[in-house]
Design a protein around this ligand. Sequence first.
Ligand code: SF4
Length: 238
Amino acid sequence: MTIDIDCFISILEKEIVDYQVPVVDLIAVQTNDPYRILVATILSARTRDEVTAKAAARLFGEAPDPAALAGLSRERIELLIRPVGFFRNKGAYLADLPGVLQRDFSGRIPDTVEELCRLPGVGRKTANLVVAVAFKKPAICVDTHVHRIMNIWRYVKTDTPLATETALRRKLPKIYWLKINSILVAFGQGTCKPRHPHCDRCVLNDRCPKIGVLPRRIPGREAGGASHRQTVSRKITG
Ligand code: SF4
């Protein structure tokens, strides 16, 4: 079963209009500021969007730009951003960030994946997201939702996010590169959830190959009828 990616994305673009906007996209729309988009992306790793949004607001209240961030101690940054996941590591990264920006990039936020990966706490996923969201340059940010859902659809058959990024660079039409992350993060948080995808109310239910997704019985109901079924996904390695 081969999916029609144009059809799937078209359906999802309409579907997610009322979904919660991923926090990084929200900050991008509100500020259009590469510094804030970069910092919010660093904060968002392994952290729920609501927590990221509040931590980012507290931090930007005291550090609206790299110069102000340079004036904060690592301890103060940690205090402002907790309870985001790995707040001590992220506090250290953010404390180092202004110095590295000044030393290597004359104080500007770089706009290529390779340059961004030289910043503390920035890996390929973060770099791709910043390039796409902040600079609107062709980049595909493959996070856990993009990797997982693209494999459920069997649009790619890959074991790691990096392999998914490589496969999508070959296969996914460029018109979707900038927006695929936003669409699938919103969809992955709202409907195609990692542990319990809501196939029963999914707009793609009749078209999706559901690779690795198993039907499960709703507690207290008998198995059998289609209305009695929901699904749960198997873990995709990588
Ligand atoms: S049908 Fe299920 S597995 Fe497929 S996209 Fe929808 S929620 Fe995800």
